[in-house]
Design a protein. Structure first.
Length: 136
């Protein structure tokens, strides 16, 4: 669902998990879309049903969720210009880089920041947010 208010469009995906917190899945302003942190929740799952498993499974689910929101916003993973990665454990940094290389194209990397944080949700190992270009 897209809600337009002035030059802003609020993006709420009906295919992604329901959000109870005061946050939108994404906000589009002009030709940019700002995607909120995408946790590794299963698409179509119950409210906050975590993709269980190891770090790589959670990474892949977060990226899949981000792609879904980008598509519903009129963009794609190829249009991402900035990524913020939030890791629960510093020891996952090397594996995250290996998996990240499989998502984005060599030599065409988005700008990126990676930080280690304490997640509010237990068992959440990663959350990813991004800014992407929208081309109509």
């Amino acid at each position: 669902m897209k809600v337009k208010t002035g030059t802003r469009q609020i993006i709420r995906s009906e295919r992604f998990h329901k959000v109870k917190a005061p946050v939108s899945h994404a906000v589009r302003v002009g030709n940019l879309v700002f995607v909120s942190g995408t946790p590794p929740y299963k698409i179509g799952g119950e409210y906050r049903e975590m993709a269980v498993g190891n770090f790589s499974e959670q990474f892949r689910q977060s990226i899949s969720n981000m792609k879904l929101i980008l598509e519903e916003s009129g963009s794609s993973i190829d249009r991402v210009c900035k990524v913020n990665v939030f890791l629960a454990r510093a020891e996952d940094f090397t594996e995250m880089n290996d998996l990240y290389r499989q998502v984005f194209h060599e030599g065409d990397w988005p700008a990126r920041t990676t930080v280690v944080v304490g997640h509010v949700i237990p068992d959440m190992l990663i959350e990813i947010e991004c800014v992407a270009e929208v081309v109509d």
